[in-house]
Design a protein around this ligand. Structure first.
Ligand SMILES: *Cc1c(COP(=O)(O)O)cnc(C)c1O
Length: 848
């Protein structure tokens, strides 16, 4: 590929960059830290608070990053490789300071410098608020992908929305109920972003269409305009001098206000009205795996898509391929320069939007535009739950995005003609495959739009990718079998092992060196060490230190004493019926009753840790949280139970809390109904940190089992086929309730108010409507198998040496679940891109 030569001016500019002092040694860090405290924060050590020190440290670290960021972006400009654009409504980034220091390789220097200044770096790091611009797995996946893209040197960009309020902060009131507090995360500033007010872009809504010819071209006029202002966030790769960009858009009211107001003399009204437009980027919708068809959400999705595509088209035009000298840009090479990945259907309006830009702005014909569009986009499906699939009302689309609705109808009409040609007279198939769902409230099925327009469609774990081919997208698979792919999810080993678990990381480095950090398959080399007594002992010590640390955290934040030699049994994820936290808490009640019935019998002590947020409007999920807390209150205060069984609902599960909990886990609960969890990524984080999994054959659990062997997991319950069968023959949860005495007893206790003496009917709705009448996710059908698996876990925990050998084997088998591997597969099998920058290697010197 041709490389643009540097002009003399550009050469001079590049030399001037080298004069900036580097913050990469202890003295340099101290100098920079003091300089920022003085000049940036305008404080001295007498008045400085811990937050000031934290801020000074962020600025110091940022200084190290800046030059690498500029150089990386210039390198992309000069080499002009094919770019990857990841479009996501969510980026669940968590904290940046610790991760950035590690990826830049200056963690040791910063640690030492602050120590010399009499400061504790860990304490400072706790001042950082999480960037919670995501709900759960989908948003965290996007964050892990950005880390892996940068670490492997791909010319990639993450595009999203800079919500002013991220995922709400969860608190628990004295009745055990979830209370949501708005997450005003920008209150004390965000040290990792750079606003770019000079790159404002207009985004249009409402208005009407004027047809300017007999063809497919329209003018979209009389629109309301909102501006999108970019904020750039640096994404450092691991030790490879590469810093990519995540660009987040903020809504800004139209410059100069609305002239009509001024003519009417309503100056105050004009100023206040700005607020309305700027609401678009105000708040993240807090629903996980659930579609809410609200106008504001539709506007958010289009806002992201419109601003991002303008940016992508502008960048294409400034590259040599766009040949900006021509009056009319040649877009035929667009798919060779641009790959756009849609994280679920949330950004799927990008498809009609790019058609609109090509036709109405760039003057291409429908066929020219369609040919390019269908080689540009790829779609990732994240769920098969019907309530999660986006189906936008046509009435709403017509009002807010009239041009896009016309384009979608045209795509549909051509698509259905094609289907009619392939299956003449098969009217039912045509109805099933339509993008338009007829009915009282006509809707557009956005997944169908994606499958028709994208050149690749992928699921996120092997089993999930099979399920979409033979259930929800079967008809489409029959027409386009080659479009359908699998890309099993992964997590970044930097944040989810190196950063969060330094004790275990050091132990692994002792045995394997440092290769595993960028090549996680190296962990396999740990397998032989289970025969070394010393290694197993050190592993157990590492786990124990992590458990002790978590125990201290629980004591200091909740005042609960936990026995850190007990089994740490963890279920952390969004609260959802399909994830079956209800099954977990029912088993806890069974255990409680067993101890009460037989207080002198042997019992393997457990600390059951549960955490996760419920969507604020999801009543049943909120009742599950309340039930957990009410059971905890009774069990934890029962003197007969003592420290044999404790239940802690750890409130406000966020990324930084996950980093504290996961390294301390013994048992990881991944107990969703088979066929409902597309992949899961929490399961992978726990495995990587040496927890054993109790789980169903669902999502990525299936592949974890293939990697580590069934003998090193506690697999239980119905498989997808069994679930289908039981659904067909008919499932009555009351049969199980009547037949299993321990289940009956636990449920009767809940219904009689045993755990809620002040409010005896607290769980009638949850237990009667969502368990006994309609147990949609087969909790009772899987319960006996679950109890059996739990008993196996307890039995094994009596012998820590065998337990922790299996834990080591889990770490050794976790290599597949690196997001580096996932990203390589996307790059090779979907995007057709190669790395532009180098990958770090511990044996070779770092690139220039
Ligand atoms: C990884 C992660 C998730 C996803 O967990 P699952 O068990 O896969 O649902 C959710 N929230 C946070 C904070 C995470 O780190």
């Amino acid at each position: 590929m041709a490389q643009k030569p540097l002009s003399d001016l550009e050469r001079k500019k590049s030399i001037s960059l080298r004069k900036i002092p580097l913050v990469d040694n202890v003295v340099g860090v101290k100098d920079s830290f003091n300089r920022h405290l003085h000049f940036t924060l305008i404080k001295d050590r007498i008045v400085a608070t811990n937050r000031d020190y934290f801020t000074a440290l962020c600025h110091t670290v940022r200084d190290n990053l800046t030059e690498k960021w500029i150089r990386t972006q210039r390198d992309y400009y000069e080499k002009d490789p094919k770019r990857v654009y990841y479009l996501s409504m969510e980026y669940y980034m968590g904290r940046s300071l610790g991760n950035t220091m590690v990826n830049l390789g200056i963690e040791g220097e910063c640690d030492e410098a602050l120590y010399q200044l009499g400061l504790d770096i860990e304490e400072l790091e706790d001042n950082e608020v999480d960037a919670g611009l995501g709900n759960g797995g989908l948003g965290r996946l996007a964050a892990c992908f950005l880390d892996s893209l940068a670490t492997q040197g791909y010319a990639a960009y993450g595009y999203g929305i800079r919500y002013e309020y991220g995922i709400f902060t969860q608190t628990i009131n004295d009745k055990g109920e979830q209370v949501e507090i708005p997450d005003h995360w920008l209150e004390h500033g965000n040290h990792w972003e750079k606003e770019r007010p000079e790159y404002l872009l207009p985004v249009h809504f409402y208005g009407r269409l004027e047809s300017d010819d007999k063809g497919y071209h329209y003018k979209w006029v009389d629109t309301d305009t909102v501006f999108a202002m970019p904020y750039d966030v640096p994404i450092p790769g691991y030790m490879n001098n590469t810093v990519n960009t995540m660009r987040l858009w903020t809504a800004k009211a139209k410059k100069g206000f609305d002239l009509n107001y001024f003519q009417g003399g309503d100056y105050i009204g004009a100023v206040l009205d700005r607020n309305n437009a700027e609401n678009i980027s105000r708040v993240l919708y807090p629903n996980d795996n659930f579609f809410v068809g609200k106008e504001l959400r539709l506007k958010q999705e289009y806002f992201l898509v419109s601003a991002t595509l303008q940016d992508i088209v502008r960048r294409y035009k400034t590259s040599q391929y766009g040949s900006r000298n021509l009056v009319r840009t040649d877009f035929t090479n667009f798919p060779d320069k641009v790959a756009i990945q849609l994280n679920d259907t949330h950004p799927s309006l990008a498809i009609p939007e790019l058609m609109r830009v090509f036709m109405d702005v760039e003057d291409l014909s429908w066929d020219e535009a369609w040919k390019i569009v269908t080689k540009t986009f790829a779609y990732t499906n994240h769920t098969v739950l019907p309530e999660a699939l986006e189906r936008w009302s046509c009435n709403m689309l017509e009002k807010i995005l009239p041009r896009h609705l016309v384009i979608i109808y045209e795509i549909n009409s051509r698509h259905l003609k094609n289907i009619e040609r392939l299956y003449p007279g098969d009217m039912d198939r045509i109805r099933r495959m339509s993008l338009v769902e007829e009915g009282y409230d006509k809707r557009i099925n956005m997944a169908h739009l994606c499958i028709v327009a994208c050149y690749a469609v992928n699921g996120v774990a092997a089993i999930h990718s099979e399920i979409i081919k033979d259930s929800i997208f079967k008809d489409f698979y029959e027409v386009w079998p080659k479009k359908f792919q699998n890309k099993t999810n992964g997590v970044t080993p930097r944040r989810w092992l190196l950063v969060c678990n330094p004790i275990l990381s050091d132990l692994i480095c002792d045995k394997l060196g440092e290769d595993w950090i960028v090549d996680l398959s190296q962990l396999r080399r740990l397998e032989p060490f289970i025969k070394e007594r010393r290694f197993t002992e050190d592993f157990i010590k590492a786990k124990q230190q992590n458990k002790d640390k978590l125990a201290r955290y629980i004591k200091s934040t909740y005042g609960i004493d936990v026995n850190s030699s007990s089994m740490f049994d963890c279920q952390f994820k969004r609260i959802h019926e399909y994830k079956r936290q209800l099954m977990n808490i029912l088993y806890v009640i069974v255990l409680y009753n067993r101890i009460k019935a037989n207080p002198n019998a042997e019992f393997v002590p457990r600390t059951v840790l549960i955490g996760g947020k419920a969507a604020p409007g999801y009543t049943t999920a909120k009742e599950i949280i309340k039930l957990i807390n009410c059971v905890a209150k009774v069990v934890n205060n029962d003197p007969i139970i003592g420290d044999r069984l404790k239940i802690v609902f750890v409130e406000n599960y966020i990324v930084s809390l996950a980093q504290k909990i996961i390294p301390a886990a013994d048992l990881s609960q991944q107990i969703s109904l088979a066929g409902t969890e597309a992949s899961g990524t929490g399961n992978m984080k726990f495995m990587l940190n040496g927890a054993l999994t109790i789980g169903t054959l669902d999502g990525a659990n299936v592949e974890m089992c293939e990697e580590v062997g069934e003998e090193n997991m506690f697999i239980f319950g119905m498989k997808v086929e069994d679930v289908d069968k039981l659904g067909k023959i008919g499932y009555n949860p009351r049969d199980y309730y009547e037949r299993i005495p321990e289940v009956k007893k636990a449920i009767d206790q809940i219904l009689k108010g045993y755990f809620t003496p002040q409010e005896k009917d607290a769980f009638d709705h949850l237990i009667v409507k969502h368990l006994l009448d309609n147990d949609r996710f087969y909790v009772l059908a899987d319960f006996e198998a679950y109890v059996e698996a739990q008993e196996k876990a307890s039995e094994l925990f009596k012998n820590p040496t065998i337990w922790y050998k299996k834990a080591i084997l889990n770490v050794a088998a976790a290599g597949k679940f690196s997001s580096d591997r996932t990203i390589r597969q996307y790059a090779d099998e979907i995007w057709n891109v190669k790395p532009t920058r180098k990958i770090w290697s511990p044996t070779k010197t770092i690139q220039k």
